[in-house]
Design a protein around this ligand. Structure first.
Ligand code: NDP
Length: 337
């Protein structure tokens, strides 16, 4: 049973010493347990928080422990009355080939699900994050200008498409020409700005001549700096993530700009609200899945996955995720379904 453990806590970006691949015997299920074979492992930016011991909303992974992560698995053996070998389940097995489960926290996926990895992305945590952050906090109205950071990514790509369905004008921000053309040509955003090019503030202002009503924050850093002066009176800013800062080891150099931000919040009556998607699962997950299935079947939402083959490549793929190397929802394929 190959598994990847947290070997050392990184200072800055994770590197070759952060994770270690280990092997061991495949465990046997006891009465009431299942043996799960991981088929897909989700890699997500929040994992950077888990490998740090700084205080956060969830406990850190201990040194030497298997890395956490959401998974789609096949039931390999079952001594649990509700599951049979061959069932596909969504769970939280982490970065390993096999895991035991007592059924707690598992949900069954349809046996005929065309693309089971979607349960980790557009139909799972990242799609749900896009849906709740945009609709609950962003409150988009038809005709609004909505700007979406990390627009080709798992969350951002869905935010922008839902905003289009709500009648908004949608401008994405992404890294590089390929991602930007995908966002406009395949996902139907009105425009997309490459944040790696020169004069991001000038190009974003030109793409948003009437200002910004909703800014979906995934990134922070220079992208937020370009957005702030364009926010309109009454703008809404769902703060979903700050991926540009996850590897930071200190506050950025330069003058303290807290006053600039709070003055904009005050004078423009801007609502800026952070959220953690776990808070919404009890109340709204069912509604989201039903709605997203309708949109997907109607071809109104498209999604792209970045599939990496082999558990041993998970550390490098994860490090790349924090540097914009992924193109779409990043998942690792460990086995055939
Ligand atoms: P993505 O698929 O969007 O991948 C991350 C992307 O972030 C990269 O591809 C890169 O895109 C972009 N990025 C990385 N560094 C920078 C930088 N310095 N400046 C600008 N862009 C950068 O990941 P997800 O969709 O899974 O996550 C997006 C955000 O949502 C993250 O911040 C994540 O933490 C957050 N999140 C929050 C949740 C919550 O409950 N609040 C739940 C799920 C996700 P590019 O090449 O375009 O720059």
């Amino acid at each position: 049973n190959r598994h990847i453990v947290l070997h050392s806590r990184p200072h800055g970006a994770p590197d070759a010493s952060t994770f270690a691949l280990r092997d061991g015997a495949v465990p046997a299920p006891a009465a009431g347990q299942l043996l799960l074979r991981t088929v897909y492992l989700s890699l997500d930016p929040y994992m950077r928080g888990r490998i740090s011991d700084a205080p956060s909303y969830a406990a850190p992974v201990e040194l030497g422990a298997v890395m956490v992560g959401a998974t789609v698995s096949r039931v390999e053996a079952s001594r649990h009355p509700d599951y049979a070998p061959g069932d596909l389940v969504l769970g939280y097995s982490g970065w390993q080939d096999y895991a035991l489960s007592d059924g707690e926290g598992l949900s069954k996926l349809a046996a005929d699900m065309a693309q089971p990895s979607a349960a980790l992305g557009v139909l799972g945590m990242t799609g749900f994050t896009a849906y709740m952050g945009l609709l609950d906090i962003g409150q988009p109205q038809a005709g609004d200008t909505v700007v979406v950071a990390a627009a080709s990514g798992a969350v951002g790509s869905i935010v922008g498409q839902i905003a289009k369905l709500k009648g908004c004008r949608v401008v994405g921000i992404a890294g590089g020409a390929d991602k930007c053309s995908h966002v406009v040509d395949e996902l139907g955003f009105d425009a997309c700005i490459d944040h790696r090019g020169a004069d991001l503030p000038g190009r974003l202002a030109a793409a948003c001549p009437d200002g910004i009503d909703v800014y979906f924050e995934n990134v922070g850093g220079a992208v937020f700096d370009a957005v702030l002066p364009l926010l309109k009176v009454g703008a809404r800013v769902p703060v979903c993530g700050l991926v540009a800062h996850y590897n930071d080891t200190a506050l950025p150099a330069g003058p303290d700009r807290t006053g600039l931000l709070t003055r904009a919040l005050l004078t423009k009556r801007i609502k800026m609200q952070g959220f953690i998607i776990f808070d919404y699962y009890d109340q709204r997950y069912g509604e989201f899945v039903a709605q997203m299935n309708i949109w997907l079947k109607a071809g109104q939402i498209r999604f792209r996955e970045d599939v990496v083959d082999g558990l041993e490549h998970a550390p490098q793929a994860f490090t790349g995720l924090l540097a914009g190397k992924n193109f779409g929802k990043l998942v690792v394929r460990l086995a055939d379904r």
